[in-house]
Each structure stands twice: as structure tokens, then as C-alpha cells.
Design a protein around this ligand. Structure first.
Ligand SMILES: NC(=O)c1ccc[n+]([C@@H]2O[C@H](COP(=O)([O-])OP(=O)(O)OC[C@H]3O[C@@H](n4cnc5c(N)ncnc54)[C@H](O)[C@@H]3O)[C@@H](O)[C@H]2O)c1
Length: 254
């Protein structure tokens, strides 16, 4: 259907999981992509997959918690694409724990990537988004933006902030014609799920059954199911939607 035909998109965290599925789907829908991620091996795999499908994408190794890296990513995107219409803030650091387990360095990491990094991608891309006639930002928030979970303090606090960043940006950037929304996935099976499982120290069967059973649909979601929600919010089909969060959790938080 080419729902993003000729749209110039910057995606962060496109080397794995949900971000890779977003890149693959956006490219199939006609977007031209620049992908920024700290993982260049995974980035090459995403690029190869897009290339096999006949899509167009470039990769730049980027740590979004580093301001210079973000500025260089946006300059690279300008060079590759000639402008930016859509920012897809998907990269995240997964820092779990109870408040007494979390160090200042842990807080700096999780807030530096998930909140400040995402804000800085918008900040540097803003001159380009303003020039676009279809400017849109999609942030990958989480059901963790509004529900608590045991020993999830830093990650949940960062995702709560990302939801509120989305709403605040939606208000401020509306005058420039830029829409800002977020997707809130529930339990989606990705490499990050394995990190979470290892952190809990639970029995594997028990962990995966418990996570799956939280949804009405009694299963994990797939990265592709999240990518379709991001596609809708990024596309012109969502032209009267801003400041919204779209939950993709199989009913878990209902
Ligand atoms: N998997 C889930 O159940 C789930 C649920 C809710 C929300 N999410 C969100 O979806 C997004 C993708 O998560 P995922 O499950 O695909 O995880 P993932 O670990 O597979 O992918 C995360 C990607 O972000 C990249 N990244 C990490 N730190 C970075 C940094 N500083 N700069 C640039 N890139 C960086 C990683 O290299 C990786 O490619 C995240 O925002 C996550 O919070 C995931």
C-alpha cells in the first residue's frame, strides 16, 4: 500500500527486536530510512533484510545518550535523505531493580537514553521536521509508562517520563504542524525479554507462562504487531491524532 511513500524517517534502536520490525515494515511501505543504534552488527542485519526486500536504508552507529552522536546522526540523515519527515524514537536501555538497587550511574543511563536521548533526537531533527509538510514523532513508550511492576523502578520511571514527553511535545510542536504520539507495548517477545527473564531469576517456564497469561489473548505480542501501530501513527492516516498513546498489549492493562 506504500503508506509511507517517500517519507524520510530516522529510527533509533533499529538493530534488534521491535525497532528492526519497524524498519522492515516502514521500508516496505515506501519510507527511506536512516537507522541509528549502538549495535552495528545488528544494524547490518537489519540493513541486509531491508535490502533483500528492495527497500532503502542507511545506518549510523549512534549512542543516543551522547548529544554529539545525535547531532551527527541528524546531519547524516540530512545528507542521506535531504530532510526528515518522521522521527521514530525506539531505542531503550533496560535498567531494572528496586530503588535501593539503583545507582546514580544506572539512573543516568536509563534517563539518558530513554528520555533525554529521545528528546535530543527531536531537538536536533526539529528544523527538518518543521520544513516537512507531514512532520511526525512516534515514541516507543510502554505499558510501563502507567502500570507498576515489581523491581522495575528505573525503567518504569523513564517510560512514564517518555509518555509525558510525548504529550508535552505534542502541545508545543502543534503550531509547527508536527504530530507527536507514542506506542505502548505490553509483553512482546524480543531479546529484551530474555534480559528481563535473566534479571528475575525465575524458572523459565513459569516466567514465560506468567507474562503470556497477563494478556487476554494469553500470549506474547510480536514485534510486527507493534510495528503496525507505529506505522499508523507515523502515517498521514493519523493526521488528526497527536498527544495520544496507542496500547498494544493484548488487553493486559484493561
Ligand atoms: N519487548 C517488550 O516487551 C517491550 C515492551 C514495552 C516497550 N518496549 C519498548 O520497545 C522498544 C524496543 O525494545 P525491544 O524489546 O525491541 O528491545 P531490544 O533490546 O531488542 O532493542 C533495543 C535496541 O535499542 C538499542 N539501543 C540501546 N541503547 C541504545 C543507545 N544508547 N543508543 C542507540 N541505540 C540503543 C539496542 O542496541 C537495540 O538494538 C524499547 O523502547 C522498549 O522499551 C518493549
Amino acid at each position: 500500500m506504500m503508506r509511507l511513500k517517500s517519507k524520510r524517517v530516522v529510527v533509533t534502536g533499529g538493530s534488534s527486536g521491535i525497532g528492526r520490525a519497524v524498519c522492515e515494515l516502514f521500508a516496505r511501505e515506501g519510507a527511506e530510512l536512516v537507522i541509528g543504534d549502538i549495535d552495528d552488527v545488528g544494524g547490518a542485519q537489519t540493513m541486509a533484510s531491508i535490502d533483500r526486500d528492495g527497500g532503502k536504508a542507511s545506518f549510523r552507529k549512534t549512542d543516543i545518550s551522547n548529544e554529539d552522536d545525535v547531532r551527527l546522526l541528524v546531519e547524516f540523515a540530512e545528507g542521506e535523505l535531504g530532510g526528515i519527515d518522521i522521527v521514530m524514537n525506539n531505542a531503550a536501555a533496560f535498567v531494572f531493580g528496586k530503588v535501593e538497587d539503583v545507582t546514580r550511574a544506572d539512573w543516568d543511563k536509563v534517563m539518558g537514553v530513554n528520555v533525554i536521548g529521545s528528546a535530543n533526537v527531536v531537538r536536533f531533527a526539529l528544523p527538518h521536521l518543521k520544513k516537512s509538510n507531514a512532520g511526525a514523532v512516534v515514541n516507543m513508550a510502554s505499558v510501563s509508562s502507567f502500570v507498576a511492576a515489581p523491581a522495575f523502578v528505573p525503567y518504569n520511571a523513564s517510560k512514564g517520563a517518555l509518555l509525558q514527553l510525548t504529550r508535552s511535545l505534542a502541545m508545543d510542536l502543534a503550531a509547527d504542524g508536527i504530530r507527536v504520539n507514542c506506542v505502548c507495548p505490553g509483553a512482546i517477545y524480543t531479546p529484551a525479554t530474555e534480559k528481563h527473564f535473566e534479571f528475575t531469576g525465575q524458572d523459565r517456564g513459569e516466567f514465560f507462562e506468567q507474562e503470556a497469561n497477563e494478556s487476554f489473548l494469553k500470549r506474547f505480542g510480536t514485534p510486527e504487531e507493534v510495528a503496525f501501530a507505529a506505522l499508523f501513527l507515523a502515517s498521514d492516516e493519523a493526521s488528526f491524532i497527536t498527544g495520544a498513546h496507542l496500547v498494544v498489549d493484548g488487553g493486559a492493562t484493561v
